[in-house]
Design a protein around this ligand. Structure first.
Ligand SMILES: C[S@@+](CC[C@H](N)C(=O)[O-])C[C@H]1O[C@@H](n2cnc3c(N)ncnc32)[C@H](O)[C@@H]1O
Length: 222
């Protein structure tokens, strides 16, 4: 049976094991620490005390980093089980952390807007058309900046993935993205890339794109 990211995390067992299975090894701990720092850097232009929507919030791993930086966070996720772990983890932040179970690909016509949005560790699980649907939903929730995490697909990373498979490692990103499709993804979600950051480009595919919403009035070609 194929792996369905919309369903996989709706399990108490998967939610309880999520952080331990990914971030408890030495390399996992280092990556987690650096990724949290990276997310803080990506939002550095957004004044503290503003409210960021984190979609998908998962177990609140990155929401925690944003709360520590002084932001308020609203976490949205399709899995109530993942959000339960997040709420327990972040209870010390009181009303600065709120959460909501929702499918971001099927948001209602009217949605509240937040000062910024984070979309991490999810797009690479879907084919491009579904990534566009997901990111369009996230972008609708933000007034300005949207920070996106993805897995870069370049010739070098394809070779690296092939070598990893040869020694028995399974690649985690099912749908890494190349630069051309990044442009397609952002444009269709109503976003424009402002800056790109990388964590260990030689050993990691992870990219962090800081994007802003395209103003439809100003983007019209004459
Ligand atoms: C790999 S986790 C990433 C969580 C978090 N961003 C992080 O970096 O730790 C992916 C999450 O996406 C959520 N998800 C999948 N499809 C979704 C959808 N359509 N709407 C909202 N959340 C979704 C899953 O429930 C899961 O919690």
């Amino acid at each position: 049976m194929s792996w369905v990211p919309d369903e996989h995390y709706k399990s108490h067992r998967v939610a309880a094991e999520y952080d331990k299975s990914r971030f408890s090894s030495i390399s996992g701990k280092i990556f987690n620490h650096l990724e949290k720092r990276m997310v803080g850097k990506c939002f550095h232009k957004l004044p503290k005390a503003q409210k960021i929507v984190d979609v998908p919030c998962g177990t609140g791993r990155l929401a925690e980093a944003l709360l520590a930086h002084g932001y308020s966070v609203h976490g949205i996720d399709i899995s109530a089980e993942m959000l339960l772990v997040a709420s327990q983890r972040l209870r010390t932040y009181g009303s600065r952390f709120t959460s909501e179970v929702a499918d971001v690909k099927r948001l209602p016509a009217e949605v509240p807007m937040y000062d910024g949005a984070l979309c991490a560790r999810v797009l690479m699980h879907f084919p491009l058309d579904q990534q566009i649907g997901f990111l369009t939903g996230v972008a609708r929730l933000s007034r300005s900046v949207v920070v996106i995490n993805h897995s870069l697909d370049s010739g070098y990373h394809r070779l690296r993935r092939r070598l990893k498979r040869l020694v028995g490692h399974q690649a985690s990103a099912l749908h890494p993205i190349n630069n051309r499709d990044i442009r397609v993804l952002l444009k269709n979600a109503g976003l424009r890339e402002v800056k790109r950051r990388r964590l260990f480009p030689i050993i990691s595919e992870a990219i962090y794109i800081i994007a802003e919403k395209i103003d439809p009035e100003n983007s019209r070609t004459p």
